[in-house]
Design a protein around this ligand. Structure first.
Ligand code: NAD
Length: 312
């Protein structure tokens, strides 16, 4: 059993901290939001009044915060983790943040003489609640070896991707593939509608041919062919458009900083950023199909060809 400080007890952090309690760890939690802290306390987390209080005597300090600036703010300064945590504490950040910020966090940890791991997750709130998350970890071998059993208590799969920052890199590269492929699949369905093809016919061909991918066969953006996909429940997430927009923004930053000419990744980031500003922000990211269809209308307002809802 370890003493674990858990900072950031929101939609993801709250249930993750609860799973650490269930696994037998002593969890000392802190969140700026009193309600989030109260919910965690009900799940057995010992509520601290500050980050300094949470890290008192901790073997491990885990953060699950909105963005890189929150993590850096939480680490630095007189009331920060680096000033207050025990010298041998392992620092694990599970937030999804810029690769550059993740590297800065690792450097700050190393400068303080501590080991650190970046370990962003996929699997969403359901994965956090059911302890079925996938962790993508970056850090030295010895740091990863210390982190792995703790992460395993909150997830189903823990992958060591390489040195510090590699976990964040793997996460945004994967989600860039996902964002681009969802747009491609959605454009194909809208083009199929315009050409008089039924959704089922396109699905039957592409799902067994070279167009096969997760965006098509698991998260199919039109209702019908895959009964469990969010399109069948009015695009309730799933993986919300706003979160995809955030991750693609991080991917676009990484493309620019690395000098990589990732035209499709940058385009996908713009598409989802625009979508996240509208009413689709809370819908599953497969709702991009509706946006493409709406943008495809003729100037007189009529759909491109047959039934715009694809019920041809
Ligand atoms: P959230 O907004 O629900 O929770 C973040 C919590 O951090 C909030 O409760 C907030 O009060 C707290 N916080 C902010 N600054 C703080 C500080 N300095 N000290 C203490 N607490 C502070 O967000 P979430 O959905 O739990 O997401 C957390 C991270 O996980 C994000 O980086 C997100 O991109 C990533 N993520 C989320 C999902 C998802 O489905 N929600 C999936 C994968 C990854």
């Amino acid at each position: 059993m370890s003493t674990i400080a858990f900072i950031g007890l929101g939609n993801m952090g709250g249930p993750m901290a609860a799973n650490l309690v269930s696994a037998g760890h002593r969890v000392q939690g802190f969140d700026l939001d009193a309600e989030a802290l109260g919910r965690a306390a009900q799940a057995g987390v010992s509520a601290a009044e500050s980050a300094v209080g949470a890290v008192d005597g901790a073997d491990i300090v885990l953060t699950m915060l909105p963005a890189g600036r929150h993590v850096l703010d939480c680490y630095r300064g007189p009331g920060g983790v680096l000033a207050a945590a025990p010298p041998g504490a392992l620092l694990i950040d599970c937030s999804t943040i810029d690769v550059a910020d993740a590297r800065a966090v690792h450097q700050a940890a190393a400068d303080s003489g501590r080991q650190s791991v970046d370990a962003p997750v996929s699997g969403g709130v359901v994965g956090a609640e059911n302890a079925t998350l996938t962790f993508m970890a970056g850090g030295e071998e010895t740091a990863f070896a210390r982190a792995e059993p703790v992460l395993a208590a909150m997830g189903r799969r823990v992958v060591h991707c390489g040195p510090g920052g590699a976990g964040q890199a793997a996460k945004i590269c994967n989600n860039m593939i996902l964002g681009v492929s969802m747009i491609a699949v959605s454009e194909a369905f809208v083009l199929g509608e315009a050409l008089g093809l039924t959704h089922q016919a396109l699905f039957d061909v592409a799902s067994a041919a070279s167009g096969q991918c997760w965006a098509l066969t698991t998260n199919c953006p039109v209702p019908g062919p895959v009964p469990g996909s969010p399109a069948n429940r009015e695009y309730r997430p799933g993986f919300a458009t706003a979160l995809m927009a955030k991750d693609l923004g991080l991917a676009a930053n990484a493309l620019a900083e690395s000098g990589v000419d990732g035209e499709l990744g940058a385009h996908a980031a713009r598409v989802y950023a625009a979508l996240a500003e509208g009413s689709a922000a809370g819908q599953d990211f497969s709702a991009v199909v509706n946006d493409i269809r709406a943008r495809s209308r003729r100037p007189d307002g009529t759909p491109p060809a047959r039934g715009e809802d694809g019920a041809s």
